[in-house]
Write a protein that binds this ligand. Sequence first.
Ligand code: HEC
Length: 365
Amino acid sequence: MSRFKLSLIKKALLGAIVGAVLIGVARALAFPPVFQRMFFIYAMLGVVVFVLLDAPGLKPLSGMKALVALVGFYALLSAAYIGGASLLPQYDPEDEKGKIDKLLKAKREKAGHELQNLDELMKQAEALDKKAQELAARLNRLAPASTPEAATLAAPKPAAGGMSLLARGKEVYELHECYNCHKIGGKGSVKKRGPVLDNIGNLLTIEDFKKKTFDPTYLYAEGFEKEHKKGVMPGKYRDLMSEEELDALAAYLSTLKNPSVETPKPVFVKTKVEHGFIVYGYVRDRSGKPIPGAEVLAKPMKADAHASSTKTNPQGYYEIFLHLHNEDNGTKITVSSGAAQKVVVANYDPNDKVSKRQAAVDLIV
Ligand code: HEC
């Protein structure tokens, strides 16, 4: 075997080994297969270069022959390049786009499905809301003196964007981020910054909700005295909320009537003169002796008022705080204990925010 042939085989072998090592390393480094193949091809090209270096010299060419040989060599090299390159996997933008589309299609279909589900849920919610409103309207017709909440439900004002009043109220609750401190249906404030509101509709009236939202000092939730004193619930809503928003929010809160969730009782701030009216006095028997432990009931004669009651102390004295506001001036209040009953009129100057609003009512049983 000629020396040339021997070195050719040796170099081809060496090239193959280098190529194999390159593939191994590329694979270990997680190069895509096309790169692994390219590295092998580079090794082979190296072999060709080294082989050419060793090749016996050609006879010097000149004239036409030299030109033909040059062009021929160029054509050969080009063919090898083009042919070789076309053997490698090709990048086709349309092809890639197709692949990406396919991936996205699956995702889009999934998202579309979810959207459709959401749509159906929204429709269901709307239908339920409508049903509830119809029921409330029927209830209202059957018992016209029912709660003011039912009345609001029965005549939902068309709120912004044709949304129902309650949906709008819920939106206002979300928009103003009440959930940062309050929980409804287990959702909201994780740190228990404020009271749970699940049953608050049974504890407060629409009027109360409006007042509490615009003036957090108006009342406080039992067990949250410290937070109340610190002023945790912000007073900014008076500046941030429109009347329309406040109406919707109050209507929504008044529908939260889930007695199975313990909701802190509201305590009306008595030091605020505008918020209440106090009836006080003694309960005595006919001989003038004070009666301790006697039950006393006071009820303002107005639509949404609740009766409040207390028991006389050992001196026969009682004090009842009633929830009356500026606009309730002139309201009659019945005060009773056992068979004894008296009516007083709550008279005060709505502009006077300092003098205590109260009336003395002594009862003889
Ligand atoms: C930064 C916390 C915080 C935010 C925000 C907040 N609140 Fe409060 N809220 C409280 C705290 C604390 C209390 C209990 C103390 C008090 O009543 O002042 C409370 C009490 C209440 C109560 C009385 C509950 C009861 O059981 O008597 C109502 C109703 C209420 N908030 C409604 C709202 C509404 C509506 C919003 C949104 C517009 C809101 N809150 C935003 C902290 C907050």
